[in-house]
Ligand binder design. Structure first.
Ligand SMILES: C[S@@+](CC[C@H](N)C(=O)[O-])C[C@H]1O[C@@H](n2cnc3c(N)ncnc32)[C@H](O)[C@@H]1O
Length: 306
């Protein structure tokens, strides 16, 4: 596999195609392009003349996606940017309305396995950076080395739902008095010291929630999601659909609440009516999670503008 080949396996592919209902001539946005796996499917499904705008805030993702999508020529436009700016991105392409939008949130396997930005607790030597977009102001190390104890505790508790948030924050402050945090292994060791031995052997790795919380904070993910959902809903053409795949309860809650708001008060998004297509979120089959463990916590929700 070359460095430009995507290692990421797209999730819920059959369900995405079914709910998005791509058609020839349609205009689509893949707001989280990643390795371009879903985008390729949408372009194939809308052949011969469907058009797709692919957005990602990570320049490395765009390089990989450009390679994945090289055969689609003029049918695809790739843009580096935050999906919170979807409206501006469309208007600079002279597009006012679209037929479908896909958001597949979180991180790609390419970022986790090859990014060297400290997203994963499994890459001990990586720097504690965690920025999806190199231009964001703070790295994870900046937060760990400078933020007050209470603020670190609140980030871990609110964005990671980590029950040992207070103990981990205390240990972070003690550790940085001696040596600053630089690499993934520095944080994993501090978490290990903070969590009592009997509580460490849970189903998930003890560092999962702390890493999730710092990543969400560094990239301001929930704020971007709220803005992206609002922008996306107001870009939908009549019969246009928006699909969101989320990976943890904080994201899923924002999606569920925003879709309900759109159904109740469509005027906010410049529409007369929206209809939620998934009363309950769609989850991957056992077969899919067996083949692709990353799919385990995925939830797909879909909405249509009437
Ligand atoms: C799970 S991956 C998408 C994988 C993709 N569906 C595929 O099939 O390869 C999520 C991608 O969304 C990007 N991303 C996350 N938040 C973003 C945001 N606010 N704006 C733009 N891209 C974002 C990440 O950089 C990452 O590449």
């Amino acid at each position: 596999m070359t460095p430009l080949e995507s290692r990421h396996v797209p999730i819920l592919t059959r369900e995405v195609l079914e709910y998005l209902g791509c058609k020839p001539g349609g205009i689509y946005i893949d707001a989280t392009l990643g390795g371009g796996g879903h985008a390729k499917m949408l372009l194939n499904a809308s052949a011969p003349d469907g058009f797709l705008i692919g957005i990602d805030r990570d320049p490395d993702a765009l390089k990989i996606a450009r390679e994945t999508l090289k055969d689609f020529g003029e049918r695809v436009k790739l843009v580096r940017g935050n999906f919170s700016e979807m409206k501006q991105i469309c208007s600079s392409e002279h597009i006012a309305k679209v037929d479908g939008i896909l958001m597949d949130l979180g991180m790609s396997s390419n970022q986790l396995e090859q990014g060297h930005r400290g997203f994963s607790f499994r890459t001990p030597e990586d720097p504690l950076d965690m920025r999806m977009d190199g231009s964001a102001p703070l790295t994870a190390a900046d937060i760990l080395n400078t933020f007050p104890q209470e603020e670190i505790r609140d980030i871990l508790f609110q964005l990671g739902e980590e029950r040992w948030a207070a103990a981990i924050a205390r240990e972070i402050i003690e550790t940085r008095k001696v040596t600053p945090f630089r690499q993934v292994k520095d944080l994993v060791s501090a978490i290990k010291r903070a969590i009592p031995a009997k509580a460490r052997h849970r189903r998930r790795h003890m560092a999962t929630k702390t890493f999730q919380a710092l990543r969400i904070f560094v990239n301001q993910e929930l704020e971007a999601l709220k803005e992206g959902l609002h922008a996306g809903l107001s870009l939908l053409a009549p019969r246009g659909r928006m699909l969101v795949i989320s990976f943890h309860s904080l994201e899923d809650r924002v999606v569920k609440q925003t879709f309900r708001k759109a159904e109740k008060d469509p005027g906010i998004f410049g529409a007369e009516e929206f209809r939620i297509l998934t009363r309950k979120p769609i989850q991957p089959s056992k077969n899919e999670t067996r083949r692709n463990p990353r799919a385990r916590s995925a939830k797909l929700r879909a909405i249509e503008r009437e």
